[in-house]
Design a protein around this ligand. Structure first.
Ligand code: NAP
Length: 248
């Protein structure tokens, strides 16, 4: 029987969380990984997995107590603002330390043409008539697409959207990771003029930016939101392992 008071809750849903889950298992840290349950068939995780929301701050605080969670690492996507804010509050209520795995934002490299956009709707509003925008923003973007019959949009997502899409919008179902050559081929085939994406940082999403720079495609970048501070910020897997060992 594992010592329940020494368990780690890993908030996941990212490639970084999957890799960290495997490293924690190798280091024999008793870990339960939590996924929102948005993706019907998520990639396999090492160790124990739970899926679905906790039921807000109260629900998560109760879960922490019931499961004897001794520490939390938030390795969710930098744009998953709600779960990160809930985790800070729930951890404080349950008296559990919380660290966040940092994903520093991308910076424009040589040849990159970037402009900031406050959100997806604003970015689409910035597209000139006749543009073909490629939206690398996940299925949730489908719900906020404005009507722009004078442009083409391609939305890439893992899951198909369940709402009807505006005229001129097509969906490509695909799952990361993507490589630069594949991104270049795709953008060239579609005739993409603008890439719209969230500044998520991390290695997994870089290829699209490199491909855009190579092809001279303009980028409309949505900056990372400012999250409620956690007790600690971890700059990589080694720091996360050391922090977990120190807490449990
Ligand atoms: P969100 O807006 O921050 O969270 C919405 C609700 O979903 C939360 O209040 C929570 O429900 C539940 N939830 C989210 N992540 C969870 C987790 N890891 N475990 C258990 N419940 C979770 O989240 P989102 O932006 O929809 O993202 C959902 C998941 O997809 C996240 O885990 C994130 O890591 C991943 N993801 C998000 C993006 C993105 O662009 N936002 C991109 C790639 C991956 P309750 O309040 O009921 O607890």
């Amino acid at each position: 029987m594992p010592d329940r008071a020494r368990r780690l809750l890993l908030l996941g849903g990212t490639a970084e969380a999957r890799a960290l889950g495997a490293a924690l298992a190798d280091a024999a840290v008793d870990t339960v990984t939590s996924l929102a349950g948005v993706t019907a068939a998520p990639l396999p995780y090492t160790g124990e997995l739970r899926r679905g929301g906790f039921g807000g701050v109260e629900g998560m605080a109760a879960y922490l107590r019931e499961q004897g969670i001794g520490a939390i690492i938030d390795a969710t996507h930098p744009f998953a603002e709600q779960i990160s804010a809930n985790a800070v509050k729930a951890a404080a209520r349950a008296g559990v330390p919380l660290a966040r795995l940092a994903r520093p934002p991308w910076r424009p490299g040589p040849g990159a043409r970037w402009r900031d956009a406050t959100d997806i709707g604003a970015a689409i509003g910035m597209l000139p008539t006749g543009a073909h925008g490629f939206l690398a923003a996940g299925v949730s973007a489908a719900a906020v697409l404005p009507e722009r019959p004078d442009i083409c949009l391609t939305l890439r997502a893992i899951e198909p959207p369940d709402a009807p899409l505006p005229q001129g919008t097509q969906v490509i179902l695909a799952r990361p990771p993507y490589d630069r050559a594949g991104e270049e081929t795709l953008f060239a085939r579609l005739g993409v003029t603008h890439l719209i994406c969230k500044n998520a940082g991390g290695r997994a999403g870089r290829a699209k930016l490199e491909a855009a720079a190579k092809l001279g495609i303009a980028v409309l970048m949505i900056p990372q939101p400012r999250l409620t501070p956690a007790d600690a910020v971890l700059d990589g897997q080694a720091a996360a392992l050391a922090w977990a060992r120190a807490q449990l």
